[in-house]
Design a protein around this ligand. Sequence first.
Ligand code: HPA
Ligand code: ZN
Length: 333
Amino acid sequence: MKEFIENMPKVELHMHVEGSMEAENLWKLAHKNHYEIEYNSIDELKAAYQFNNLTEFIDMYMLGTRVIKSEQDLYDVCMTYFEKCVEQNIRHTEVHCDIRTYVDYGFPADFVINALHAAFIDAEKRYGITGGFMPCFIRHLGNEIAQKDLDLLLPFKDKILAIGLSAVEVGFPPSLFKDTFKKVHDAGIKVIAHAGEEAPADYIWSAIKDINVARIDHGIRCLEDEKLVNYLVETQIPLTVCPYSNVALKIFDNMSQHVLPIMLEKGLNVSIHSDDPAHFNGYLTENMISIAENTSIDKAGIIKMAHNAINGSFASQKRKKELSKELVNYIKK
Ligand code: HPA
Ligand code: ZN
């Protein structure tokens, strides 16, 4: 099973770029840029990759953004992740990267756009990896900032796959951003949102009813509301589940308690992703292996979710067909 998962062609739909910065890389970048971090060694920094909830994690995650000082730095962070994709047979990846953080540091809006756009062009040329990126509004900064972010993003709408909603969830339901996301839809941009990771099922309803999402990041707490489960099964809205993230952020005590087998059994459109792989102890392959080894999900379940990831992506129909064909051929073999 382990080998089957390692070699399987994969699609990733939920990964925050700076969350792929391993402590060693973060340390090196800090030193290159003469940024003084509050840790005395790589080991100390590594030891600080610890948290008890999403808010504590976001604090830690921000350190990665603070050591990035140029478009080239951000491009390099992306490229390091794409090299990991090659190792893990990830063929298509859709990643999150927020512009607000860098705008607040004094960089122009196109700082993130240029870096990620260039990285994706080179990833396709070099490795055949397709995909794109999805800036998110940082929900705990509120709707006014989201509106400003949207104004900054609109000139670049052809370079992004979607706009999402990320960061501290509890206290910041999607409904707060209803008018801004209406404008996102009016501009013809797809909408996604983190919902139902730490916050309850109501936040998932809000993502659906108030901002009309095409896809939900996490969504695991939908199980608390039977009506919602039925709705999600009927509509097949994709839910991007990140098992190691859920354990690291203490939603579950350990992987054997993860609800993914129940979600799959109910017919929800679930797939596996890594979220912030350097912080949560595993990339896409490790997430899949851990689910296979610690829950009742078998090979058929892993294959079903690999298909769900392809179909739930924002790839063109042509690219989806290619990805499906490659997966089917791999399974036959
Ligand atoms: N969840 C929510 N927001 C985030 C995350 C995450 O895992 N990583 C970066 N922003
Ligand atoms: Zn996330």
